[in-house]
Design a protein around this ligand. Structure first.
Ligand SMILES: NC(=O)c1ccc[n+]([C@@H]2O[C@H](COP(=O)([O-])OP(=O)(O)OC[C@H]3O[C@@H](n4cnc5c(N)ncnc54)[C@H](OP(=O)(O)O)[C@@H]3O)[C@@H](O)[C@H]2O)c1
Length: 287
């Protein structure tokens, strides 16, 4: 079976294809170029046409008035029944908060977490968010605790505003702490073929039946490069990003992909990575 057809039940009941789409690059947040609005809308619509039913976003993915959630809503609302939109709240309430020093980011207070959830509900135009990740990044880590914020989100879930909870930018210890507080549908951390510090966490999630959703799957702001990637890509007539994505799909069945792109051509290429089956020899070469 092509991996393009493989699916995962997020939180046990939200079935998604293993290849989804991350929307951050459509906004140029926190830096860099962004596509023209019409291109951004076309990429979102084409993703869904190609079978993407899992979008990653946040209300703070917004710069110069271009906001990911508003693009999603304009492109895709009324939403297909099976579309799963995963969003996140955390230290950043507004996109511009990224400029604040770590110790001044206060987005984890109960009020700010509620504001973040409500901003996502409003901008996406939904009554309940499918999955909300508690993002522990951009904080003074010596001060930050996951327990209180997660309990706040659990209460918002009990209010009916959130279906499932996930965590992001967490350590293995925080993952275990989170699981003891609330059911966790997914972990979203930095991981790719060139950056594998999270190997034990990928395996811990797999053992627990929890999705692991790597951000920067093709390297984010620093595209993954290696001679071995190029050699494997050349053997398959594929591109390096395709091999990087295929490696993640082969790495563990609980890995779900959310590559970001502002290009229709790259979108098609990334989804086609699901048809690239790496051999044992390829995987050995990639290490
Ligand atoms: N939880 C967190 O803290 C966190 C942090 C970062 C990101 N995220 C989420 O994770 C998603 C994925 O991360 P990301 O978008 O930053 O990184 P990524 O998917 O690793 O890389 C995106 C970059 O790679 C390029 N690219 C993508 N496909 C390509 C292809 N086939 N060929 C050549 N270049 C290609 C894109 O440029 P083009 O536009 O030119 O294709 C873009 O510059 C984000 O969209 C966001 O939803 C979460």
């Amino acid at each position: 079976m092509a991996r393009t057809d493989e699916r995962w039940a997020l939180g046990g009941d939200l079935s998604v294809a293993r290849i989804g789409y991350g929307t951050m690059k459509l906004t140029g947040w926190p830096r860099g170029d962004r596509p023209a609005r019409e291109t951004a809308l076309a990429v979102l619509r084409r993703a869904v046409e190609l079978g993407v039913d899992h979008l990653d976003t946040s209300n703070y993915y917004a710069r110069d008035g271009v906001a990911a959630n508003e693009l999603i809503r304009e492109a895709l609302s009324p939403y297909p029944d099976d579309l799963v939109i995963v969003t996140k709240v955390g230290a950043l309430v507004e996109g511009s908060d990224i400029a604040l020093p770590a110790e001044r980011k206060t987005g984890l207070t109960p009020d700010n977490l509620r504001r973040g959830v409500e901003a996502n509900l409003r901008s996406l135009g939904v009554d309940r968010l499918d999955v909300v990740n508690l993002r522990m990044g951009d904080l003074d880590r010596s001060e930050a605790s996951l327990a209180g914020p997660l309990e706040t989100l659990l209460a918002l879930r009990e209010e009916g505003l959130i279906r499932h909870l996930g965590v992001s930018n967490v350590t293995a210890e925080e993952f275990e702490q989170a699981r003891a507080i609330a059911p966790i549908a997914c972990v979203q951390n930095l991981y790719n073929v060139a950056q594998r510090d999270d190997d034990p966490l990928v395996d811990a999630c797999a053992a627990a039946g929890i999705a692991y959703v790597p951000f920067f799957p093709v390297g984010g702001f620093t595209p993954v490069t290696a001679g071995s990637l190029e050699a494997v890509a050349a053997r398959h007539g594929a591109t390096v990003p395709q091999v990087a994505l295929a490696w993640l799909l082969a790495r563990s069945p609980n890995i779900l992909l959310i590559p970001g792109t502002s290009s229709l051509e790259h979108l098609e290429e990334n989804i086609a990575a699901g048809t690239l089956n790496l051999s044992a020899e390829d995987l050995a070469e990639l290490g």
